[in-house]
Design a binder for this molecule. Structure first.
Ligand SMILES: [Zn+2]
Length: 440
């Protein structure tokens, strides 16, 4: 508990209400990014209490051996600092002014976006920029028409705001050969995690356009969904760069707060370790699969559950490969989950940028925190043997790795390339374990 000499918590803080820095409206100038390093379990408990009392936006969860990263608004930063000093918790302020970082990101992207306005015709997208929803859809359409023998574009349904959610099926046998495993990959379930788009776009390129490892294309059927949360993703481009959830409304009178954390809205352990407060970033929604975006993923996975051997939900940031369950209980194949996770991490580490951390592999509740209702746990619970959440690295952008969600165009292709090294290892392991599983 926090001692009582501090100012009382305002109702607004208890509500979990906060206004995230915007992009167009000049927000962000009063926001700071803190790195916090706790030394023991008691400090960790204090920090967690403090973060939830002040309803801070925790970008990277703290643990005893790994510093956490927190976004703090100007009106709370004094209280936060006072409390950290009182509890002798070490911290540093990595970004004094988030607005400057947002502006720098804008500038960098403007420059790289200008370079690539030429149309692609069945060729690879230059991976030095972040593509918008319409551009990604146009690209997938183009691929499906140029490569009809291997690529099928599927419109899986509509998001809350009515945007089609599309994915590619990539197969040399039109998904008809049942002795092949299916590998499922999605990105951007969390809107602000822009760098994750590079992982799915890079994978598509290596499976469709620039195929130099034939076994990956011939031995596996692929389902790749680059934008799992299109409404939230577009909102990060038009309104609030740091938005995480979908854009569902109707949860509060006057829509004071909106949005459901899609990675807490799946049915596996739903609501056990998430928030029932609409304003919170981990709000789990009114019921499992209450959101169209999660229902779509559920239906795809269920339609192929017999054959999906590997499920990858790509997030950022933190350089981690995580597996379930979010309760901390290990699935029966926990050892194999860990082994394949380590192999994927080693493959990424072998080619990563030297200044980024080595990947950490482990059960999500042990490495980070308990989390319920995740896509990863859902896939695992319906029988997918190898189900993981990737947390791609944050890139420094001159601000240290604490600036985790901000994307330097210089890092986009590298992120796609290094993650693909891990995905390949996971996919080849999936071929092996699927064979074992189905030959019995
Ligand atoms: Zn995420």
């Amino acid at each position: 508990m926090v001692s009582d000499h501090r100012r009382p918590w305002t109702p607004i803080a208890l509500l979990g209400l906060r206004l995230l820095p915007g992009r167009a409206k000049g927000g962000g100038e009063r926001y700071k990014v803190f790195t916090v390093a706790v030394r023991n379990a008691a400090q960790l408990r204090l920090l967690n209490n403090l973060e939830s009392f002040l309803s801070l936006d925790v970008w990277l969860e703290s643990s005893v051996n790994k510093p956490g990263v927190v976004l703090v608004s100007g009106d709370k930063s004094d209280r936060f600092e006072e409390a950290l000093i009182a509890e002798e918790i070490q911290y540093s302020i990595n970004v004094e002014n988030v607005k400057e970082m947002l502006e720098l990101e804008d500038q960098l992207h403007e420059t790289s976006n200008k370079r690539n306005l030429t149309a692609f015709k069945g060729s690879a997208l230059p991976l030095d920029r972040i593509y918008r929803y319409n551009e990604v859809n146009a690209y997938m359409e183009e691929l499906a028409s140029v490569y009809p023998d291997t690529v099928t574009l599927v419109n899986a349904g509509q998001s809350f705001e009515g945007r089609p959610i599309k994915y590619l099926k990539i197969s040399t046998t039109n998904f008809q050969q049942l002795n092949k495993p299916v590998v499922y990959i999605e990105s951007l379930l969390h809107a602000r995690e822009w760098i994750t788009l590079s992982a799915t776009l890079y994978a598509i390129e290596k499976l469709v356009i620039d195929v130099n490892e034939q076994d990956l294309l011939h031995d596996i059927d692929w389902i790749i969904m680059p934008i799992a949360n299109p409404d939230g993703y577009e909102f990060t481009h038009t309104d609030q760069r740091l938005w995480r959830k979908n854009r569902a409304t109707g949860y509060m009178p006057g829509n004071l707060c909106s949005g459901v954390d899609l990675n807490r809205n799946f049915d596996a352990f739903w609501s056990q370790a998430s928030s029932n407060i609409v304003c919170m970033d981990t709000f789990h929604g009114r019921a499992p699969f209450s959101e169209p975006e999660t229902a779509i993923i559920r239906d795809i996975v269920n339609a192929h559950s017999e054959r999906i051997e590997l499920f990858l939900d790509i997030h950022s940031f933190g350089s981690m490969i995580l597996y379930g369950y979010g309760t901390g209980t290990l699935p029966p194949n926990g050892l194999n989950l860990h082994l394949v996770g380590v192999r994927m991490a080693q493959a990424i580490d072998a080619v990563k940028m030297s200044w980024n951390d080595h990947y950490i592999v482990g059960n999500v509740a042990l490495v980070l925190y308990q989390a319920s209702g995740s896509a990863m746990d859902f896939a695992k619970s319906v029988g997918v043997p190898l189900s993981y959440t990737f947390e791609l690295p944050g890139y420094r952008l001159g601000f240290g790795t604490a600036a985790g969600f901000f994307v330097d165009p210089e890092f986009i292709e590298q992120a796609g390339f290094e993650t693909w090294e891990g995905i390949k290892v996971g996919a080849r392991n999936a071929v092996r374990t699927y064979k074992q599983r189905t030959s019995n």
